[in-house]
Design a protein around this ligand. Structure first.
Ligand SMILES: Cc1cc2nc3c(=O)[nH]c(=O)nc-3n(C[C@H](O)[C@H](O)[C@H](O)COP(=O)(O)O)c2cc1C
Length: 166
């Protein structure tokens, strides 16, 4: 299969998985950062580990390099506006947290009031395999689970243009 065909087929394949979306936040020197993240997964059972992949182009990535903790928020189907905000604006140009209710959680990681299903993880390691995203492996330290939940999925945000190209 030619490279272009491979990429197109992989895009089609991963679209079928229709990942649930998260918003990952972090803070450095008291300045909050955060972006919409579709690349995320539990990656160990014993002990619990969770991985998120951050684009090297993102403000959030640069903040995460300097932070000890990241918060991972599950995005509900009714939170498209918040997903669009965190996925299309960039902290390089605007204060994304202006007008957003949040409080510092473990290690100072920003907790978004509107997204109560979330955990904070201590950043254990970063894995850079030379691609445009870097894997941050997290050790969960606090978790909150709130009621019934329907995820917002990739297919629900086709209208959102990322604030940074990958
Ligand atoms: C559907 C969708 C999924 C995304 N997934 C990721 C992702 O997994 N990792 C990432 O770093 N950025 C991802 N982004 C891009 C960032 O959310 C976007 O570029 C954001 O504006 C970056 O903000 P920042 O510069 O303030 O960090 C995604 C964007 C969209 C629209």
């Amino acid at each position: 299969m030619a490279t272009n065909n491979l990429a197109a087929a992989l895009a089609e394949l991963t679209a079928k998985a229709d990942s649930a979306l998260t918003i990952v936040t972090t803070a450095h020197d008291g300045e909050p950062s955060g972006c919409l993240v579709g690349f995320h997964s539990q990656c160990s059972i014993e002990p619990w580990r969770y991985a998120v992949w951050l684009s090297k182009a993102n403000h959030t990535y640069r903040s995460a390099l300097l932070a000890d903790h990241l918060a991972v928020h599950l995005v509900a189907s009714g939170d498209h506006d918040l997903a669009a905000h965190f996925g299309s604006e960039t902290g390089d140009e605007v204060d994304k947290f202006a007008g957003i209710a949040w409080e510092p959680g473990a290690g100072g990681a920003p907790l978004l009031e509107r997204l109560p299903n979330r955990f904070v993880g201590r950043r254990l390691d970063l894995l850079d395999t030379g691609g445009d995203h870097v894997c941050a492996v997290l050790e969960p330290v606090t978790v909150a689970v709130a009621g019934s939940f329907t995820p917002l999925r990739l297919s629900g945000v086709g209208d959102v243009v990322p604030g940074h190209p990958a």
